[in-house]
Write a protein that binds this ligand. Structure first.
Ligand code: EPU
Length: 419
C-alpha cells in the first residue's frame, strides 16, 4: 500500500511538462492488436494502467518493447485465448481488447473490466455495437464470449456518446466487411488520436472528432507510428495547482483547444493566466469569484476535472455549484474535503454546493478513485499542515511522475510505502 504525504501551504513556481494522455494511450495500446505488423507509439505515459495493458499483451504472446515513453508492439503472432479476470479487472480500458480481438480474430473471451468506483459503468453500448456488426455475445456471470462468423458493417446509433463504446466499435469495425457508421459518436480528442493511428495503419476512418464516424472495412493493417496526444486532464490538474498556489507556474505541452471549458471557468473566477502556443502561464488569483459548472461530453466541462476543480472552488468567495451529468457516484471526494475544513453540501444526488472561501487543514484522507485522489492532492498542497492521502494506487494509475512534477515546482510532497 502506498500513501502520499504533503506539507501544505508552499508556493509553487516553475515549469511542468504534460505527459501523453492516459485515456488515449490506454486505447492506442490495445488498438495495436489489430495490426498485422509492428507498431510504434511515442509519448506513452509511465503509469500503472499501461503496465497492466502490457501484461495483457504479453499474456497473449505479443512482442512488447517499452523504453523511455516509446512502446513497440508486434502482435502479428499472438495466441487469442481467454483473458483471466484478475488481469482484466486491473483497469477499465481492458475492454478495448474485446473490440480489437473481435475485429481481428472474430472472437474475444474476457471478463468485465475494472476501473474507478464512480458509477455502475455498464458496457451495454459496446456489446450492442458488436452485435450490430454480426457478433453473438454470450454472458456467463462476469465473463463475455463475443464471436462472429463474419463481421459486417452496419449503421449504429449510440444512445449516449460514450467514449469507450465509440472506440471499441471503431476497433471492431476496422476490418469488418463493408461500411460502418457510428451516429451520436463521442467527439473527445482521444477518439481522433485512435482513428489517426488506425488510419496510419491503412484503415479507412472518416469523421472522428464529429458525431458521425464512417469506417470502411479493410483486410490488412500495416506497420505504423503514432504519438499520444498531451493529457488534457493532467494539464487541467496542474493548472488548478497553479491557480491555488502559483507564484508563476508554466504548464507546457498543452493543447488549449482541448481544455477550453476549464480555461473559461478559470477566467470567470478571475485566475490570472496567459496563453502562448502550447504553453499556459498561471498564477494564484485573489478574491476568486464563485462559478457554476455542469459536466458534459466534449467540448463540455470534463467530468474528470470536476473533482479536482472542487478544491479550487473551496477558495472562491461565495457559493459555487457543480452538477455531475456523466456518473452517478463522483462526489466521494467531498466527504474528505469537508473533513479538511470545506463547506460542501449535496443538493440531490447529482449536485453539490461549495461555500467559500474556507481555509483547509491537513488531515488523513483516502483516494477513493483517481480524480478524487487528484482533488485531495490539490487540497493537501493548499492546506495548512500535513495531509496524508491513503490508497494512492488510484492516483498512480493515471498521473505520470506526479511526485517529481509537483516537487519540481516547489511542493513538499512524498510517496511512502506502508505495510
Ligand atoms: N455508459 C453506459 N453504457 C455503456 C457505456 C457507457 O451506460 O455501454 C454510460 C456510463 O455508465 C457513463 C457514461 O455512459 O455514465 C459515459 O461513459 P463513457 O463510456 O463515455 O466512459 P468510459 O469510456 O467508460 C472514459 C474515460 C473516463 C472518462 C469518460 C468520459 C477511459 C479509460 N476512461 O470512460 O476516464 O471519465 O470516458 O470522458 O478512457 C478517468 O480518467 O478518471 C476516467 C474515469
Amino acid at each position: 500500500m502506498k500513501q502520499i504525504v504533503i506539507e501544505g501551504g508552499h508556493p509553487l513556481k516553475g515549469t511542468i511538462t504534460i505527459s501523453g494522455a492516459k485515456n488515449s494511450a490506454v486505447a492506442l495500446v490495445p488498438a495495436s492488436l489489430l495490426c498485422d505488423e509492428q507498431v510504434t507509439i511515442d509519448h506513452v505515459p509511465d503509469i500503472s494502467d499501461i503496465d497492466a495493458l502490457e501484461e495483457m499483451l504479453e499474456y497473449l504472446g505479443a512482442q512488447v518493447k517499452r523504453e523511455d515513453g516509446t512502446i513497440e508492439i508486434d502482435a502479428s503472432k499472438i495466441q487469442n485465448k481467454e483473458i483471466p479476470e484478475h488481469i482484466s479487472k486491473k483497469l477499465r480500458a481492458s475492454y478495448y481488447f474485446m473490440g480489437a480481438l473481435l475485429g481481428k480474430y472474430k472472437v474475444a473471451t474476457m471478463y468485465f473490466p475494472g476501473g474507478c468506483p464512480i458509477g455502475a459503468r455498464p458496457i451495454n453500448f459496446h456489446l450492442k455495437g458488436f452485435e450490430a456488426l454480426g457478433a453473438h455475445v454470450i454472458e456467463e456471470g462476469n465473463k463475455y464470449t463475443i464471436q462472429a462468423e463474419e463481421l459486417k458493417g452496419n449503421n449504429i446509433y449510440l444512445d449516449m456518446p460514450s467514449v469507450g463504446a465509440t472506440i471499441n466499435i471503431m476497433l471492431a469495425a476496422v476490418k469488418a466487411k463493408g461500411t460502418t457508421t457510428i451516429e451520436n459518436a463521442a467527439c473527445e480528442p482521444e477518439i481522433v488520436n485512435v482513428a489517426t493511428f488506425l488510419n496510419n495503419m491503412g484503415a479507412k476512418i472518416k469523421g472522428a472528432g464529429t458525431s458521425t464516424i464512417i469506417i470502411k472495412g479493410v483486410t490488412y493493417l500495416h506497420h505504423a507510428y503514432t504519438e499520444v496526444i498531451p493529457d488534457r486532464i493532467e494539464a487541467g490538474t496542474y493548472l488548478l495547482a497553479g491557480a491555488l498556489l502559483g507564484e508563476d507556474v508554466t504548464v507546457q505541452n498543452v493543447i488549449p483547444e482541448h481544455i477550453l471549458s476549464l480555461l473559461q471557468k478559470l477566467k470567470q473566477m478571475g485566475v490570472p493566466m496567459k496563453l502562448e502556443g502550447d504553453t499556459i502561464h498561471i498564477r494564484k488569483g485573489n478574491h476568486l469569484k464563485p462559478v457554476v459548472i455542469t459536466t458534459g461530453v466534449f467540448p463540455g466541462f470534463p467530468t474528470d476535472l470536476q473533482q479536482p476543480i472542487t478544491t479550487l472552488l473551496t477558495q472562491c468567495e461565495g457559493i459555487s455549484e457543480v452538477t455531475e451529468t456523466i456518473y452517478e457516484n463522483r462526489f466521494l471526494n467531498t466527504k474528505y474535503l469537508n473533513h479538511m475544513g470545506a463547506s460542501i453540501h449535496g443538493k440531490g444526488s447529482d449536485k453539490i454546493q461549495i461555500k467559500g472561501p474556507t481555509p483547509l487543514v491537513g488531515k488523513t484522507v483516502k483516494a477513493t478513485d483517481l480524480r478524487a485522489g487528484a482533488c485531495l492532492v490539490l487540497a493537501g498542497l493548499v492546506a495548512q499542515g500535513t495531509t496524508t492521502i491513503q490508497e494512492v494506487e488510484h492516483v498512480l494509475r493515471g498521473y505520470e511522475n506526479i511526485i517529481e512534477k509537483l516537487s519540481g515546482i516547489g511542493a513538499k510532497i512524498r510517496l511512502e510505502e506502508i505495510k
